[in-house]
Design a protein around this ligand. Structure first.
Ligand code: FPP
Length: 244
């Protein structure tokens, strides 16, 4: 990839985070402004995800985690839920066919059991086929909620204790981290939320303990590599003390 002057500066001047997470927000408002159905905003949002993932890979980011569908998003209209699920279907089909070229490992966070069987199978296939790519990993959160993830991990810990495999002392920060969907992946240093909303919305509750947040008014379908550069620049101006 050819970098613009500004992008070269981002790579050369700043510390690029190992793990960036993004709440892809603002698709509905972007569509409304243009008198388009909300699904049109999600479709552009999906293309923007691809563009930003490629840019992150080229910058040297190792992990990108995005919030695609939350445990609460089922409350949206049936039409909108179906449109998002169909976008994911299409994305997964394309991803499987273009993996060799893109060299992106795909992982999915969340409870896949509520997804349609064909979608679960596509997720499984995409994870399996892409597992050989080690340079860059995109984690897509699907039917994901931070509280739900912690509950699922707590249940696993409780059943290990009940089976006599663990004692209470085995429940530690590091053993619990290994029961999260993000097991063995470093916590995100930077979490970006576009669209002007300033809240975490149940995203990566466990992993965000010391993350730096970056909020911008730009709507996700308008989010560009330049906006990512701005977020990385802002992150570089923060002093991270981890409570010390
Ligand atoms: C939030 O914007 C966005 C979503 C709930 C869905 C995001 C889904 C995609 C971008 C497609 C996912 C596909 C892949 C493969 C990553 P909103 O609808 O809440 O926007 P609003 O706040 O303006 O209404």
């Amino acid at each position: 990839m050819l970098f613009s002057k500004k992008q070269k500066k981002t790579r050369e001047t700043y510390h690029v985070p190992t793990h960036i997470a993004i709440i892809m927000d603002g698709n509905g408002r972007w569509a409304k402004k243009r008198n388009l159905p909300r699904s049109a905003g999600h479709a552009v949002g999906c293309d923007v995800f691809e563009r930003i993932a490629t840019y992150c890979r080229d910058l040297g980011v190792k992990y990108l985690t995005v919030y695609a569908f939350s445990t609460e998003n089922w409350k949206r209209s049936q039409e909108e839920v179906l449109a998002i699920m169909n976008l994911l279907r299409k994305y997964l089909d394309d991803a499987v066919n273009t993996m060799e070229k893109k060299q992106i490992r795909l992982r999915f966070f969340g409870d896949m059991s509520r997804l349609d069987a064909d979608l679960q199978e596509k997720v499984r296939q995409a994870e399996e086929i892409s597992s050989r790519y080690t340079g860059f990993q995109a984690n897509i959160c699907l039917n994901y909620g931070g509280r739900d993830e912690i509950i699922r991990a707590a249940r696993q810990a409780a059943s290990k204790c009940m089976a006599g495999e663990w004692t209470l002392d085995d429940i530690t920060e590091s053993s619990m981290a290994e029961l999260m969907d993000s097991a063995y992946i470093p916590d995100p240093e930077l979490i970006i939320r576009p669209s002007g909303e300033v809240r975490t919305s149940n995203f990566l509750l466990w992993q965000s303990a010391y993350s730096e947040y970056y909020f911008t008014d730009v709507l996700w379908p308008d989010f560009s590599p330049k906006d990512l550069d701005k977020a990385i620049t802002a992150y570089n101006g923060r002093s991270r003390r981890f409570g010390g």
